[in-house]
Design a protein around this ligand. Structure first.
Ligand SMILES: [Ca+2]
Length: 275
């Protein structure tokens, strides 16, 4: 009942405030309930590869701000600090005189692993003013927020793209075909990257990168010739998705539409089928 009364009082307060604004009356009203500090939300979602810093708002509500109130937060949950996220600021929240909000700022750490969704839970632990943590009442509602970091990676069976492959190169300018063989090896440090041997004209290997969720293949910037038409080393600069890959019945076909910045190289298609 106490809570209901407070809610009613708060609603009345808001209603009267609006009325006093619209009627231009000078009368002032003050919130005279218990002081508290709370998170704006109790749940939030973000993606693992979020490029911007996530701001988690925290509010202080009081009719008598003593100035320089600080609050400490406790961190828990399955996500690991330094692995899944970094708290940029806000482990200690600051509410100087006249300031009624602060934010916890979190930067996500992207990885290339299929590791599922993880939660980081922020809980108000203490504050220097002795204010309520969360809304007044035994439940301490909004004294914590659970941030779900949504995994953006998809499963990939790297063994399907490892081993000897038949290679078929097609020059799309005249549809001439050149057949060869390559060995594909996974990158030791990146489970979505592979090296295809004997790819470029001088037998140089190609490094390729899978976007597993999208099913597309990119060719990162790399050297593709040590002496391109006598002009010295040449570097491929196209990094756009240039192909696709598929997994079906153990037979793997990888297709790239090769485009290089040196326009004279032309558009080539290379297909790799597991032997
Ligand atoms: Ca991941």
């Amino acid at each position: 009942m106490k809570k209901i009364n407070k809610l009613f009082a708060a609603m009345l307060f808001i209603g009267v405030s609006v009325f006093s604004l619209t009627s231009c009356e000078e009368e002032e009203f003050f919130y005279d309930g218990e002081s508290f500090i709370n998170f704006k939300s109790t749940t939030l979602n973000t993606v693992e590869n979020r490029s911007t810093i996530l701001s988690v708002p925290v509010f202080l509500s009081t009719n008598s701000h003593p100035g320089d109130v600080t609050a400490e937060i406790e961190i828990s949950g399955g996500a690991k600090e330094g692995v899944d996220y970094t708290i940029v600021e806000g482990k200690t929240l600051n509410f100087p005189a006249g300031v009624y909000s602060d934010t916890v700022k979190i930067r996500m750490i992207d990885n290339e692993k299929v590791d599922g969704n993880r939660d980081v839970v922020l809980t108000l632990k203490s504050n220097t003013a002795g204010f309520n943590l969360g809304y007044p009442g035994p439940e301490h509602t909004n004294s914590s927020v659970s941030v779900t970091i949504v995994d953006n990676d998809c499963p990939l069976d790297a063994s399907k793209f490892t081993g000897d492959f038949a290679a078929k190169y097609t020059d799309t300018s005249d549809n001439s075909v050149y057949n060869d063989q390559s060995t594909i090896t996974p990158d030791a440090n990146d489970p979505t990257a592979f090296t295809i041997s004997n790819f470029w004209g001088e037998g140089l290997p190609a490094k390729v990168k899978f976007d597993v969720c999208a099913g597309t293949v990119s060719i990162p910037s790399q050297q593709f010739s040590s002496n391109f038409y006598g002009y010295g080393p040449a570097t491929l600069t196209s990094v756009a998705p240039v192909g696709t890959f598929s997994e079906s019945k153990g037979k793997i076909t990888v297709t790239f539409n090769i485009r290089v910045s040196a326009g004279s190289f032309g558009v080539h298609k290379a297909e790799f089928t597991k032997l």
